[in-house]
Unconditional design. Structure first.
Length: 109
């Protein structure tokens, strides 16, 4: 589900994995786990790990049924898509986002 856009307009998407609830009371007390990846631009492995977790929870549901049934999972594989893309195309050592500040500068390295 889309939750917003990056400063360069890329859509931020969260995946929710849940078995649902049987009653309204269960919906109110069901805990949630949040996982995000790609916070820092040059940390390339965390988005892959987040995607791996999604794949495992979905494709191996019977194995992970106890935790999927008791907990709602929210996974945002890429928090910083602008910085991630920039490290792949322009500057491998860039480490932050590409958002501009009030003085129109990009303060990062």
């Amino acid at each position: 589900m889309p939750i917003g856009k990056s400063s360069e307009g890329r859509i931020l998407k969260v995946v929710k994995i849940s078995s649902g609830s049987n009653t309204d009371a269960e919906k109110l007390i069901k805990p949630a786990i949040w996982i995000d990846g790609g916070m820092h631009a040059r940390e390339w492995i965390s988005p892959a790990v987040a995607m791996f977790i999604i794949k495992q929870l979905v494709e191996r549901y019977e194995t992970f049924k106890p935790v999927v049934d008791k907990v709602d999972w929210y996974i945002l594989p890429m928090v910083n898509p602008d910085g991630y893309e920039y490290t792949h195309t322009s500057d491998r050592l860039w480490r932050k986002s590409r958002s501009q500040h009030d003085d129109n500068s990009l303060r990062s390295r």
